[in-house]
Design a protein around this ligand. Structure first.
Ligand code: GRF
Length: 221
């Protein structure tokens, strides 16, 4: 009998480069995958991520937030589509609407987001500009379970990139994005393989290798 594959719905709003990284690892063309992407859902009909999903042969839906009188009814409509698709985990991959507490509670510890900063630093928007402004020497991205307070929740995995003196928002953002494309599939694989549990407000990851050593930036003369 084939091993259980975790059924995942991915929510997007735009270009979907993270979605593409997930399709490459877990999509219908992947040789073997612990994940089945059962739905890609967008709040914007023109999101390029819908095209990426369609090309890969993955079911897509648009639930346009503009068609609903309030956030609760919009979230309820999304929730119906996600549950109808049989999803067991919901993944936010560049989904640009704030979710209601009710939706988040309904997917407690089964709702994952990627944020382009090393949380809890630089919550919110414009993370790369703010990292440059703060003068930090390392920046990165975080995959975490979602809690009602924005950009909080148990951290599953993080990737670190150096900040270089010549960086601008664009160059730093591209470096972080490349890290996101590696981190997100890695984190979802750990979840799908049952290696991640939430204890209190911390995610515990078992049977994974953890990096050692100290990183320095700058490196000296
Ligand atoms: C990424 O930077 C992600 O961290 C943030 O939104 C962006 C989405 O980019 N949540 P893409 O649509 O995956 O290309």
């Amino acid at each position: 009998m084939a091993a259980h594959r975790l059924k995942v719905a991915i929510l997007i709003s735009g270009r979907g480069s993270n979605l593409q990284a997930l399709i490459d690892q877990f999509g219908p063309a992947a040789a073997s995958s612990p994940i089945e992407i059962v739905l890609v859902l967008s709040n914007r009909p023109e999101a390029f991520g819908l095209t990426r999903a369609g090309r890969a042969g993955i079911a897509t839906k648009t639930v346009d937030h503009k068609a609903f009188p309030d956030r609760a009814s919009f979230d309820a409509a999304m929730d119906r589509e996600i549950r109808a698709a049989g999803a067991e985990l919901v993944v936010l991959a560049g989904f640009l609407r704030l979710l209601t507490d009710g939706f988040i509670a309904g997917w407690h510890d089964r709702l994952v987001n990627i944020h382009p900063a090393l949380l809890p630093a630089f919550k919110g928007l414009h993370t790369h500009a703010r990292a440059l402004e703060a003068g930090v020497r390392f920046h990165g991205c975080t995959v975490h379970f979602v809690r009602p307070e924005m950009d909080t929740g148990p951290i599953v995995a993080q990737a670190v990139v150096p900040v270089r003196p010549e960086d601008d928002e664009n160059s730093l953002g591209l470096r972080v994005l490349a890290a996101e494309h590696r981190l997100f599939p890695l984190a979802l694989r750990l979840i799908a393989e049952g290696k991640v549990t939430v204890e209190g407000e911390r995610a515990i990851v078992r049977d994974a290798a953890f990096a050692g050593g100290i990183l320095f930036n700058p490196l000296g003369a």
